[in-house]
Design a binder for this molecule. Structure first.
Ligand code: ZN
Length: 172
């Protein structure tokens, strides 16, 4: 086998949770199942952006909105009792993106472990965070509750991705 990109003949294995890829030893070009290659490239993009891959599905969707400027994010850490979150601000003076995101949060709510909210704060301008909100949780249970909220990330991302492809999204 030769590298599709550079013709080199030596490869190394790259293990992903979903399966195995071959990377060219010379140019790192990935070879394998197309879904695996896509996942590998997605991981590289997250790494380049310095974003934890566990929050990346949500991060990349928000980053794709022209009205939204994405800031700091975290995949969360149950042991340190840090919930997953994404900070963002709006490039234009419009509430439309918040409205759409709120509708998607409502749509996803039934499928999620935690209640996710958009929180507003003033930090040299209006800034927002998308994060789970925990009500009256016993501090001892917080790590477990955060772990469940981390599982909400792919659920919320897939709801958001679906909504973004629907008519109401582009028309509102
Ligand atoms: Zn190569």
């Amino acid at each position: 086998m030769r590298c599709e990109n550079c013709g080199f003949r030596e490869f190394r294995e790259e293990l992903l949770p979903e399966g195995k890829l071959e990377l060219c030893e010379l140019c790192d070009h990935p070879h394998g199942d197309s879904a695996l290659v896509a996942s590998h490239l997605d991981r590289l993009r997250a790494k380049d952006a310095n974003v934890d891959f566990a929050i990346w599905p949500l991060y990349k969707l928000l980053e794709g909105w022209p009205e939204v400027k994405v800031g700091k994010s975290s995949a969360g850490d149950p042991q340190l009792t840090i919930p997953p979150y994404i900070y963002f601000s709006l490039r234009r003076n419009t509430l439309k993106p918040l409205e759409k995101l709120s509708i998607s949060l409502e749509m996803a709510a039934r499928k999620m472990h935690s209640r996710w909210v958009i929180e507003a704060a003033y930090q040299r301008g209006l800034s927002f965070s998308l994060r789970p909100m925990f009500f009256a949780v016993d501090p001892h249970e917080l790590p477990q509750v955060i772990e469940l909220a981390q599982q909400d990330v792919p659920t919320l991302a897939s709801t958001l991705e679906r909504d973004m492809s629907l008519n109401w999204w582009s028309q509102s």
